[in-house]
Design a protein around this ligand. Structure first.
Ligand code: NAD
Length: 284
């Protein structure tokens, strides 16, 4: 039987409607984005994020620096946004150009405004099982899993990819829901040995058709995070033939992507609540 497609577009529209209600209740709020350079994929992501903010009534402020910006210039801008009382959330679009020390820049974002959850303080809280700000992609995936009532407690979950923005936080969130989590990556040997064991499989790599049909257990839930731009459009990490054996599958496009943007809006609401004292931001 063919897999149930997990409709991220429809759920994201509902999340955005919830966010619009929150915005109406909270009053003005703003997300500042920082884009260094002119990478077309990053520009496209920033455009989507801004459009989504506008749609729900969040002010999105677009800060741009040239590709050859110096570390001090980027840090100065981030500090200015940290100090700006009119800014609720700060997002530095990654990857940054090579000459910049990316961890150092991300470490400058005020933790309370760190909507991507990439500051060591927020990453550490997630690691300790006390999450505050958590990245939008893994959060969006968790919401999608909940929406389709996918069981996580006690099941085997395999995450492919170990980046700070997707793979690692994803593994932490699944662990917090009591899944037994395996993290695979570029040096993993015999990937299929691990994936075949997965009740829940999350592929966050960026390699087209990495997950072939014979690598997936019958009835598994498969979350395709990967995005590769091809002439035929956006393509994920999962071979379309997987739909024949999986129980649930996220389409690309229309699965994780819309949920990422919707969750970023929710994170901006959360940042506004922290700053207004409606939610207590952890002291450490
Ligand atoms: P990344 O390049 O930082 O990480 C990729 C990971 O894949 C690494 O941890 C690496 O070890 C692993 N990897 C590489 N080759 C592998 C292989 N052959 N087998 C197993 N593992 C391998 O990328 P990222 O930022 O984590 O993003 C991953 C993918 O997800 C990209 O395609 C990106 O465009 C996409 N993405 C999508 C969304 C969304 O909203 N849909 C959000 C973020 C990222």
């Amino acid at each position: 039987m063919a897999a149930t497609l997990m409709d991220g577009r429809a759920l994201a529209a509902r999340v955005r409607a919830e966010v619009a209600e929150d915005v109406a209740a909270l009053g003005e709020l703003a997300l500042a984005t920082v884009l260094v350079g002119d990478d077309p994929a990053s520009e496209a992501y920033i455009r989507h994020k801004h459009a989504a903010c506008r749609e729900v009534g969040i002010e999105a402020v677009d800060h741009r620096l040239p590709a050859d910006a110096a570390q001090e210039d980027v840090v100065r801008l981030v500090r200015r946004l940290n100090d700006d009382a009119g800014v609720d959330g700060v997002l530095v679009q990654t990857p940054l150009p090579e000459q910049l020390d990316e961890p150092a820049v991300l470490g400058e974002v005020a933790p309370i405004k760190d909507v991507d959850g990439l500051h060591p303080f927020n990453a550490g809280l997630l690691f300790l099982g006390r999450p505050a700000h958590v990245g939008a992609t893994p959060l969006g995936i968790m919401r999608l899993l909940a929406e389709y009532s996918i069981r996580l407690r006690g099941v085997r979950a395999v995450v492919i990819g170990r980046s700070p923005i997707v793979g690692k936080p994803m593994a932490m969130l699944l662990l917090a829901e009591h899944a037994t989590v395996t993290v695979c990556h570029s040096r993993t040997q015999d990937l299929a040995r691990h994936t075949l064991d997965a009740d829940v499989l999350v592929a966050a790599v960026g390699v087209t058709a990495l997950i072939a049909p014979d690598m997936v257990k019958q009835g598994a839930t498969v979350i395709d995070v990967g995005i590769t731009r091809t002439d035929a459009g956006l393509v994920g990490d999962v071979d379309p033939g997987v739909a024949e054996s999986a129980g649930y599958l996220t389409p690309v496009p229309g699965g994780v992507g819309p949920m990422t943007v919707a969750s970023l809006l929710q994170n901006t609401i959360k940042a506004a609540r922290y700053r207004r004292g409606e939610l207590a931001f952890p002291a450490g």
